[in-house]
Write a protein that binds this ligand. Sequence first.
Ligand code: HXC
Length: 257
Amino acid sequence: MGEFVRVEVDGQIATIRLDRPKMNALNAQVSGEIAAAAAEVSGDGAIRAVIVYGGERVFAAGADIKEMAPLGVAEMAAYAARLQAALNDVAGIPKPVIAAITGYALGGGLELALCADFRVLGESAKVGQPEIQLGVIPGAGGTQRLPRLIGPAKAKDLIFTGRHVAAAEALAIGLADKVVPDAEVYQAARDMAAQYANGPAVALRAAKQAIDRGLEVDLATGLDIERLHFASLYATEDQKNGMRSFMENGPGKAVFE
Ligand code: HXC
């Protein structure tokens, strides 16, 4: 349990809760605590889905500019490496992960949200990569994960201008998956998480890894990854249960452990 990042478990769903007033700025300590939280939820088999949440007011306004501003080149390289590694740990959580976003998700805050599988935004949420306005560029995955999600031209528009994107536009460009009234963001994320929490955990992990690894490699290698994961699922009880249930009861009726 970190000072600024808590893991709250409720049933099969864990919430990684950022809580560093006023804006959940991601300083070096928060980076370390995010990595620890990701390891904790990844390693606990009872947790079947994860929400990343910054509270009712703000998701995260980015890396801590006051901490970062005085650093030299070498220090900054190490700082960026630590934040990138922490966010990689979030992206690598082997279960469905949903970012529940109210208020601002800017810079490193949006980069954290990009490491989730899905993003639920409140109606008045604002997201963006404003680093260009600080004379720098996104440094925690934004130049890589954003274009993979929304395409290069839209990503360049956001990164070149640094503008804040409202929830409706985020939905239209695929940066948000769902927009709900602000007060309903966390519950909407829980509902989405609950949908996956009852699924076959090993197959969900295989699907996530096949998709995410596949996006990093050529098609032939991706198909190899897919096929190996597919075959390995024949070692699971879920496969036996899922296919038996289809043959006995028809589609969509299987209940997984
Ligand atoms: C440190 C921050 C901060 C940040 C806000 N604050 N964002 N402190 N780092 N990223 C602080 C403000 O200084 C202020 O502190 C308090 O939070 C409230 O902010 P205000 O600006 O007064 O509030 P508001 O007018 O509502 O504007 C909110 C805001 C704005 C739109 C989020 O604060 C803003 O634009 N922040 C910077 C966003 C940004 O550029 N993010 C990218 C960071 S770079 P006081 O003490 O005055 O109350 C990055 C790189 C990642 O993320 C990669 C690194 C390797």
